[in-house]
Design a protein around this ligand. Structure first.
Ligand SMILES: CC(=O)N[C@H](C=O)[C@@H](O)[C@H](O)[C@H](O)COP(=O)(O)O
Length: 241
């Protein structure tokens, strides 16, 4: 979607997307067994990211979503929260079923991020059925985490509100680029009349800028801001190789 930033909001439901436009979304996630895997810790990380200028936060798991959204509400902060629920780590694992998606919305997410690939979902619902089911239960927006152009085209047809390049390099359809998949991003921006969010392997401010210049509606950065174990590893590697 390439229309000018002065385009007025078309409907109240789109307001969170307007708030994110041109901005940075910081993904605050710790993985099972990690030291920082605690809703209070992730909430502190999220608050710190907002202090640094994040326009939005992405957070995983019902407990973390509840904790972060409560902290924002207590502080009267209207920062859109994109929520997801990772169940497993193989195949369709990002908010894989309607049940997961409804739980994420009920936990307080403004935008529910779900697997937006064409792979069969564990509950056998189609993506369109999942989106329709979610809309029956909540007013949350739906983000499709996609791994290819064909995924994103199908997600558009399924009625999602926004697509992300989140799964590029993780589903076998696209190479795992060193840095964001700017080629896919540009293709999605060109082909879809929908906001496209750049997500996945954005590891530097220069790469984030390049994603915005390629037409991204917003840029999500996770690991490079909020995952000290990985960042430490990058430095250690540089010192030992
Ligand atoms: C593929 C997958 O499971 N992606 C997840 C989606 O929520 C997260 O593990 C990523 O950290 C997130 O997408 C942000 O990406 P990066 O951490 O590369 O900035």
């Amino acid at each position: 979607m390439t229309d000018s930033p002065s385009t007025p909001p078309s409907a109240p439901a789109q307001d969170p997307l307007i708030a994110l436009r041109g901005g940075l979304v910081v993904s605050c996630q710790a993985y099972p067994g990690e030291a920082m895997r605690d809703p209070r810790t992730m909430t502190q990380v999220a608050l710190a990211a907002v202090e640094g200028g994040a326009a939005g936060i992405r957070v995983q798991g019902v407990a973390d979503i509840e904790h972060v959204t409560r902290a924002f509400a207590e502080r009267k902060m209207t920062v859109p929260v994109t929520g997801l629920w990772k169940d497993g780590s193989d195949g369709v694992f990002i908010t894989p079923t309607l049940r997961h998606a409804v739980a994420v919305a009920e936990a307080g997410a403004t935008i529910v991020a779900i697997d937006g690939t064409r792979r069969p979902r564990p509950d056998r619902l189609s993506l369109a059925g999942t989106v329709a089911g979610l809309r029956e239960h909540t007013s949350a927006l739906v983000m499709a985490d996609c791994g290819s152009l064909d995924d994103a085209l199908a997600a558009f047809d399924a009625g999602v509100d926004v697509v992300g390049t989140t799964l590029s390099g993780y589903t076998g359809e696209r190479p795992r680029t060193d840095g964001p998949d700017l080629e896919l991003l540009a293709e999605l921006v060109e082909r879809l009349d929908l906001p496209v969010i750049a997500e996945g392997r954005v590891h530097s401010p220069t790469q984030a800028r390049a994603a915005l210049d390629a037409g991204a509606w917003a840029v999500v950065v996770g690991t490079a801001i909020t995952h000290p174990t990985s960042i430490t590893g990058w430095f250690v590697d540089a010192l030992t190789h």
